[in-house]
Design a protein around this ligand. Structure first.
Ligand SMILES: O=C(CO)[C@H](O)[C@H](O)COP(=O)(O)O
Ligand SMILES: [Fe+2]
Length: 219
């Protein structure tokens, strides 16, 4: 089994030192930088605007994987793309026309992701599978880091893997929320190839990042 891509969520980093935190996870072996954008409306938390993404962009060469928890999402796509996002991932609930939104993301030259909350049916994916480069399965309800992994997510990852394979899709299958070295192996066995981890990467401070990332890759 190939090692999964590790996408540290900077939500769990030291916000007073975001630039050096992004550089540190790149040096520690991360594959993508996962940026959680929250608007205090779609989810009960407020985090990172496009100007912050723009300011962080020079601090790492890694792809910026921007998880948009914003509604309505369409007016923000271009701003985050121009700020340096390589992947823009949207919730189906964050706009009226998911098909149009995904098409717009690709038109902007970014990779398009769709993210399914624990309570969102996988059937949403069936009609847009040809427009997605990434499917993100939420293994917690979005809004906060540091929550516990919802075990039923494993079955959903398996079902998503089956749907992608049946459609001949090469989209990445990413998992987000409560991912640790203890459950990373089960996520990959279920079919995930990319793992978002906030707490599990940033715990212990910069000296621990390389070992934390290696533990997730090895799990
Ligand atoms: O999208 C998110 C929350 O909405 C975060 O990416 C996620 O919670 C990561 O943090 P942790 O690994 O600590 O659970
Ligand atoms: Fe996220």
């Amino acid at each position: 089994m190939t090692a999964p891509l590790i996408c540290p969520s900077i939500l769990a980093s030291d916000f007073a030192k975001l630039g050096s935190e992004v550089a540190a996870i790149e040096a520690a072996g991360a594959d993508w930088v996962h940026v959680d954008v929250m608007d205090g409306h779609f989810v009960p938390n407020i985090t990172i605007g496009p100007d912050v993404v723009k300011a962080l962009r020079p601090h790492a060469k890694l792809p910026f994987d921007v998880h948009l928890m914003v509604a309505p999402v369409d007016p923000w796509l271009e701003a985050y793309r121009n700020a340096g996002a390589d992947i823009l991932t949207v919730h189906p609930e964050s706009g009226p026309h998911l098909h149009r939104t995904l098409g717009r993301i690709r038109q902007l030259g970014a990779r398009a992701g769709v993210v399914l909350n624990p309570g969102t049916s996988l059937s949403v994916l069936e009609d847009v599978v040809e427009l997605v480069d990434l499917v993100l399965i939420m293994s917690v309800n979005p809004g906060f880091g540091g929550q516990s992994f919802i075990d039923s997510s494993l079955r959903k990852i398996e079902r998503t893997r089956a749907l992608l394979d049946a459609a001949g899709s090469k989209a990445h299958l990413q998992v987000d929320g409560g991912v640790t070295a203890a459950n990373a192996g089960a996520c990959v066995s279920a079919g995930a190839d990319a793992l978002v981890a906030g707490t599990a990467v940033f715990k212990g401070g910069p000296e621990a990042y390389a070992a934390n990332i290696a533990a997730l890759k090895a799990a």
